[in-house]
Write a protein that binds this ligand. Structure first.
Ligand code: ZN
Length: 299
């Protein structure tokens, strides 16, 4: 068994996992998001100790909702977890010392990409892109049967490529990023600018679009079109066999996927889109737990 840690911006969990993905004990608690690095570290050690029993463990996998350098076991500050700092906190080494077990860390988008690839909608492929379309847009790439890491493990920021020159300001400081149009909060904001006066949540916007609200439909259509354009870029660059889309693309698959697929096909060569399927993520609530397992299993 391994001990998995899912470190999130609002909630974290520690759990025991078997190699096949079955989950044993699990504890979850709100993440003290305003804590400093030592405070966050102490919180994670405490969660891990709560779940640990007498079972023999081979190691600890951490799926971190923050930028991570898997090769060096570092985590960095994220907008909703500023405590880790900008120079990189040696979370793997510190946890390893505290728990007397080897520890591996993976950024959560990469870890979830691995989980969808091993257990979910990406099963059986060798070249797959995973995009989570939630509060932000993160991605993980499986290239030739392994996770693509890049020079410092910092790549895969598909949410922050420019899809509209000099477009809407993005939380990252750039303009025209995909995330500024297609993340849950962006879609909600654009729907409001279009005249939507209902509840300010992605879910409410999706429900309103389903019953024909023009403001919400327009916001979702624009998101789908720009997602499709971004996927066309990915397809042309990477020659993918599958794209797996999470979160908003699962809740609103009926509204988003047809437009995403047609835009993708309109903006990439048939040679690179033939047989390329765009599918919703399949793991649902199990994604985070399995991501922790994959953070251990494949880094
Ligand atoms: Zn951005």
């Amino acid at each position: 068994m391994i001990l998995g840690i899912d470190l999130g911006g609002t909630k974290s969990a520690a759990l025991l996992l078997h190699e096949d993905g079955t989950v044993g004990r699990r504890v979850a608690a709100p993440t003290p998001a305003d804590a400093d690095a030592e405070g966050l570290f102490a919180f994670l050690v405490d969660l891990a100790q709560q779940v640990r029993g007498s079972e023999a463990l081979i190691g600890v996998g951490v799926s971190a909702g923050a930028p991570a350098d898997a090769a060096h076991g570092l985590v960095f500050a994220a907008p909703n977890l500023p405590g880790w700092g900008s120079t990189g906190f040696p979370l793997a080494a510190r946890l390893s010392e505290a728990l007397a077990l080897p520890v591996k860390i993976e950024n959560d988008a990469d870890a979830t990409a691995l989980a969808e690839w091993r257990f979910g909608a990406g099963k059986g492929t060798q070249n797959m892109a995973f995009l989570t379309v939630g509060t932000g847009i993160g991605s993980g790439l499986i290239m030739d049967g392994r996770l693509h890491r890049g020079r410092r493990g910092a790549g895969g920021e598909i949410g922050h490529i420019a899809v509209v020159p000099n477009g809407r300001p993005c939380s990252c400081g750039l303009h025209g990023c995909l995330e500024a149009y297609a993340s849950g909060p962006s879609v909600t904001k654009i729907a409001q600018e279009n005249g939507w006066q209902g509840e300010a949540s992605g879910r409410a916007v999706v429900e309103a679009a389903r019953v024909g609200d023009a403001a919400c439909l327009a916001a979702l259509n624009q998101a789908a079109e720009l997602l499709g354009q971004a996927l066309a870029t990915l397809a042309m660059l990477l020659d993918l066999e599958r794209v797996v889309l999470g979160t908003l693309a699962v809740h609103a698959a009926d509204l988003l996927l047809p437009k995403i697929r047609t835009t993708l096909h309109d903006h990439a060569w048939p040679r690179l889109t033939e047989g390329l399927n765009v599918v919703p993520a399949a793991l649902g609530d199990r994604a985070q737990d399995l991501a922790a397992l994959c953070a251990w299993g494949t880094s």
